[in-house]
Design a protein around this ligand. Sequence first.
Ligand code: SF4
Ligand code: SF4
Length: 164
Amino acid sequence: MIDIKDLKHLAKQKENENYRFRQFLKIHADEEELDKQFKELHNKYFKIYDCKKCRNCCKEIGISMDENELNKICEYLKLDKNKYIQEHLNEKYGEYTFKEKRCKFLDENNNCKVKECLPKSCKEYPYTDKEERLFSLYSVISNASVCPVVYEILEELKKIYNFR
Ligand code: SF4
Ligand code: SF4
């Protein structure tokens, strides 16, 4: 298992290699087969890594919520929506993001305060079980520095494809 403290550094070291691997996959990988491999590795590594102990994406990636999701959260946490938007959120094309990178719904004990009404972007991150991964490899590579599961998946895929 990767220690989250080392992840950024490790991912930086692999960055150029990962972009070469992206090119390799674009030429050699079959779209459906690659999705299947991603899904299998996603399931394998999310059995090993516990998001509740990690929470790195909550600290490093700004979540986004649509109006409906924000309404549910404000209702759940009993927040004054307009005041909360003014103080903590930016809005663009109907999507809200925090002004700061760290999610404000993460409490001091690393627990998510809104797990009962999680926005879709939190439920789906890091998207490694989604379809059409062949067309989202830039984002996969950039997430390798945030999510240890993504890093591990890329390393395993390199072995599967005998990539050097
Ligand atoms: S809402 Fe919860 S799961 Fe989503 S980023 Fe914030 S703390 Fe993490
Ligand atoms: S960075 Fe990855 S392993 Fe860590 S909490 Fe987020 S999804 Fe889970």
